[in-house]
Design a protein around this ligand. Structure first.
Ligand SMILES: *Cc1c(COP(=O)(O)O)cnc(C)c1O
Length: 380
């Protein structure tokens, strides 16, 4: 049989796969060092919402103690970690699905519930993994216009149709840092039809003021269509190890467990997550450091008369005018932040809250970058 030159293996992939725009993460320190001929030790990365403190010493000790066991497969059911999470959250272990990062849990929801022709709903400016994971299943992503850069829950409710299978809510949201109070979120969930999965992504929950935190996992008994996702990548400082989890009705968890890889969370990640969960002081100190650092960044942005969105996360989104020029100027000074043009925000940059020293260096570099870049947008 004669094949046309266009009939290559790659061309046989579904159109919806070939149309995916690959995820672009924060630029790694070594890459910036190579490209700009800088000493990696002098570069600061404030581009991926990582914890600037390094992993807790207790976690590092737990990992060191586990190194003798690398030859065995992990516990595919994550018994110890699930038991600890279940007792902490007052749910049954059967209600927990562990993921290779909480990103994995988001993917698993789309794998279990979306097929070509189905719809998933998310907000404009919401975490970009929602459209990516939706598209990878050949499902249709419906983006609902944001209100003040945050989720417009009324509009999202109105956008639900008989075709909607999954709704994603990020609270707080990345990259905007916007946040919805618990009662508002619960009212939304209670109004969503029970045959539509609601994913409540709380990756930044630990950074909230304790008075603002919501016991959202307690809602699951009332709303069996609710999936709450959490991660160890942000406040717990374990982004390198890839571990997160979802809490949900046991029947939903059973479905996600069927589509996941049998050993999707590696042994060191499970060990580290267990130790991180017990080190509550590390998380509390991280929250306080973040609150102070966020204030420092916001005050600095104000002083530069740059507009920013008040944030509940460990990052701040600010308007930088010619954002790519500012981004490049920061890179040349060894400061990595995150462009967000792929979110439809080409004039904005996102900076992660670092240590006080890192924040100070970022602000000083930003002042120089803004002065050098052509006529940036000024607010007020
Ligand atoms: C960082 C982030 C995640 C997940 O990160 P993992 O490292 O995969 O756990 C999920 N949701 C949002 C909104 C995030 O910003």
């Amino acid at each position: 049989m004669k094949r046309s030159p266009l009939h290559t293996a790659a061309a046989n992939a579904p159109d919806y796969v070939r149309a995916i725009a690959p995820y672009v993460g924060g630029k790694p320190i070594d890459e910036v060092a190579r490209e700009l001929d800088l000493d990696p030790a002098t570069i600061i990365k404030l581009a991926s919402n990582e914890n600037p403190r390094g992993a807790s010493p207790k976690v590092q000790a737990a990992i060191a103690a586990a190194l003798g066991d690398l030859t065995r497969y992990p516990d595919g059911n994550g018994y110890a970690l699930k038991a600890a999470l279940a007792s902490r959250l007052r749910v049954a272990p059967e209600q927990i699905v562990l993921g290779n990062g909480s990103n994995d849990v988001l993917e698993l929801v789309t794998q279990a519930f979306l097929r070509p022709g189905d719809d998933a709903l998310y907000s404009q400016y919401a975490f970009i993994v929602y459209p990516l994971a939706t598209q990878a299943r050949g499902a249709r992503g419906i983006e609902v216009a944001a209100k003040d850069h945050g989720h417009d829950l009324d509009a999202m409710l109105a956008a639900i149709t008989g075709n909607t299978r999954v709704v994603f809510i990020a609270n707080p949201n990345n990259p905007t840092g916007t946040w919805l109070a618990g009662d508002v979120v619960e009212r939304f969930i209670s109004a969503v039809p029970r045959d539509v999965i609601v994913v409540l992504d709380e990756a930044y929950d630990e950074f909230l003021d304790p008075s603002e935190r919501t016991p959202s996992t307690a809602w699951i008994s009332r709303y069996p269509n609710l999936v709450v996702s959490h991660t160890f990548s942000k406040a717990h400082g374990l982004a390198a190890l890839r571990v997160g989890y979802g809490v949900m009705d046991a029947a939903i968890a059973d479905l996600l467990n069927r589509v996941r890889q049998p050993f999707n969370v590696n042994s060191l990640a499970q060990t580290a997550a267990l130790a991180a969960l017990e080190d509550t002081q590390y998380v509390e100190d991280s929250r306080v450091l973040n609150r102070e650092g966020r204030r420092q960044l916001e005050a600095g942005l104000q002083a530069l008369r740059l507009r920013y969105l008040p944030s509940r996360g460990n990052f701040v989104l600010f308007e930088a005018g010619d954002a790519m020029a500012v981004y490049q100027a920061l890179l040349r000074q060894g400061v990595i932040v995150r462009p967000v043009a792929n979110y439809g925000l080409p004039a904005w940059l996102r900076v992660t809250v670092g240590t006080a020293q890192e924040n100070e260096r970022f602000l000083a570099s930003l002042a120089r970058s803004v002065a050098a870049s052509s006529d940036p947008l000024r607010a007020h």
